[in-house]
Design a protein around this ligand. Structure first.
Ligand code: HEM
Length: 278
């Protein structure tokens, strides 16, 4: 999908290799490294995780390997996150058919039935955008943001020593009753004004701290615009063209159980049957 091109080669093997590589990187990032937790093991590399991830080049030159690493970085950071957003969004839409129907009506009235949704239609589809925001509020693909304190600081009542590792729990913030009414309900309307336009004070670009699916600050997600374009357009086209049902049969619902890990994944992958819309 990237750059409107099939990024894998014609060969099945190469596609398979890329998928294996993506899974290996995900596995390495999710592993708990004991050397990080027990100070006297710091240099021992007990599980060999550092060795597997390390690049022995100490000199800073832009090599082929560096360029490959950047490309891998973009694939890893950009593929699963967008795919998981779509999966959670569909799960919610299957469980809330009236929201699905409302999104379909919005698309039909703005785009019509004679052509597919285009990226340029998205600004005119506020309800669709609200669905993606609500999906990110409840199911942020990256639920924890990692930081290290570069110097001593005080946050609220807490003294934070220099070099302390800090995790910001975006998942919990998105479900905090202090910021969200009935936080466990999937309600895209919370992002809309009475007239149906998007509330400008609830954006996902890292300025409104109750909603941080793309992180914030210097290390915030650089792929946010690409991510929103591709997720919103793909979701809109699928809503426009297909009715979705769970593989288990008409009227069945999807369980929303989460698997443990640093990426927020459905414990049981969504299996749905797309039926061409009339
Ligand atoms: C719905 C899709 C996506 C979500 C939810 C998402 C979320 C995130 C989050 C939470 C972070 C950490 C931010 C922080 O610590 O403040 C991040 C970092 C990053 N994202 Fe995304 N992302 C998505 C799509 C993409 C795409 C499409 C790309 C590029 C093709 C991308 C590239 C990156 C990179 C390179 C980083 C690391 C930035 C750094 O460490 O300085 N992401 N993303």
């Amino acid at each position: 999908m990237l750059m409107s091109k099939n990024w894998s080669s014609e060969s099945e093997n190469q596609t398979e290799e890329i998928i294996i590589m993506l899974h290996e990187v995900e596995e390495l990032t999710e592993m708990l490294d004991l050397s990080d937790c027990i100070w006297f093991c710091r240099h021992l590399g007990l599980q060999g995780i550092m060795k597997r991830t390390e690049n022995n080049n100490t000199e800073f030159k832009l090599t082929r390997e560096n360029i490959k690493a950047v490309i891998i970085d973009l694939f890893v950071a950009g593929t699963d996150t967008s795919a998981k957003t779509m999966e959670w969004a569909f799960a919610e839409l299957i469980n809330h058919p009236h929201i699905f129907q409302k999104a379909r009506e919005e698309i039909d009235s703005v785009v019509g039935k004679n052509r597919l949704v285009k990226e340029s239609d998205i600004p005119n589809l506020p309800y669709l955008q609200a669905i993606v925001k609500e999906t990110h509020r409840l199911h942020p693909p990256g639920p924890l943001l990692a930081r290290r304190a570069t110097e001593y600081c005080k946050v609220g009542e807490y003294d934070i020593a220099k070099n302390t590792r800090l995790l910001v729990n975006v998942w919990a913030i998105g479900r905090d009753v202090k910021h969200w009414e009935n936080p466990l309900e999937f309600r895209p309307n919370r992002f809309l004004t009475e007239e149906g336009s998007l509330k400008s004070q609830l954006d996902v670009r890292g300025h409104h701290y109750q909603l941080l699916p793309f992180g914030s600050g210097q290390r915030g997600c650089p792929g946010i615009s690409l991510a929103l374009q591709s997720v919103q357009t793909t979701l809109a086209i699928l809503i426009q063209c297909f009715d979705l049902r769970v593989a288990d049969g008409k009227g069945a619902t999807v369980d929303m159980i989460e698997a443990p890990g640093i990426l927020l994944t459905k414990a049981n992958p969504l299996r749905s049957v797309p039926v061409l819309a009339r």
